[in-house]
Design a protein around this ligand. Sequence first.
Ligand code: PMP
Length: 410
Amino acid sequence: QSAGVRVTDGGLRQRASRVVPGGMYGHLNAAIFAPAYPQFFERGDGCRQWDVDGREYIDFMCSWGPVVLGHRHPVVERAAAAQLAKGDCLNGPGAVMVELAELLVDTIPSADWAMFSKNGTDATTQALMVARAATGRHKVLLAHGAYHGADPWCTPSPAGTTPNERADLVEFAYNSLASLEEAAASVEGEVAAIIVTPFKHDSFEDQELVEPEFARGARALADRIGAALVIDDVRAGFRIDLRGSWEPYGVRPDLTAWSKAMANGYPIAAVTGTDALRGPAQTLYSTGSFWFSAVAMAAAKATIETIRDTEAIAVMEKAGAQLREGLSAQAKSHGFTVKQTGPVTIPWLSFDGDADLSVAMHWSSACLRHGVYLHPWHNWFMSAAHTEADVARALEGTDAAFAETRAHFG
Ligand code: PMP
């Protein structure tokens, strides 16, 4: 960037198109949302983000989950800065790795140990490796349409993968115990793990909370067939229940994959597991150059302690309920029939009869113009930095967006 040339979203996209495949790739590729979405961001603070064109948004994506206490939360930033001043990437982990593992074991009833990595995909993949090492079996049962990451075994697009890499997966329908039982029976004696998200949060679809009977049935089935029950808490973790998202149902997994909100935006993931799987976990060769960096661990420790010691989850629930009620009243007053699904801390809204998403695209783009950042086909995330006043201000924007969308579609 030469001096005096202003950085703009459009300019960056043009430059990126020459040096980055497609200009951008993966889940943050704004080109696949709607034209109004900015691609490049400059900064975040609390529940707000600013794009490189200087536009301010009240942020309901929270960087797609990681930011749970608000951008630049002072307690987390202080912990990270203190560690950074001593060193981040050293010849071995710092004391903070043991402290963080102790914190997870103390906080999560199903955790007797923890292993760390960087992204949610690392954690889901590692959890399945532990299950396979423990059982000596290959097959994994997973819900049709569920997202567990972007490695060849789980990426939703088959480009660059081989059929072999998915050959050990058997699908079932989320919340159907009969379907889960059938999937297990189809590969009897071969199942290493059942991997399941704490609620159904597939893109493009209304979200579905878990049926407690399904959660308990999955636990019982795993026990009966000697497979590991793996909860993929990468997306929901730390926004529903700090102890694990199925703890309110009394269902404890053998292994849990964590990431996203664990360190308020710093890169870290973890697998936690039970004593019975400690030995098998120890046999894996599973590692990475940056997996033991101390800064993200210090940030994770500060984040989890802050969620534990404050009303963070209750604050998110209150803000999420305020948003849901406000949107519901507005949709009605503008003559839209909408569905709002999922936990209030991980909300989503869909328009009835909007199969091609044209209404959602129009409305969410109008929200952007009114300073509210949410998403047309992926669930949103609340943070503990969303105050009542912030949500009220956001609702002014969403109301104007409903009015414009009504005017557009007539
Ligand atoms: N599992 C779930 C449930 C997720 O939501 C995600 C990320 N959206 C992943 C796994 C993969 O995490 P990551 O993108 O950090 O690899």
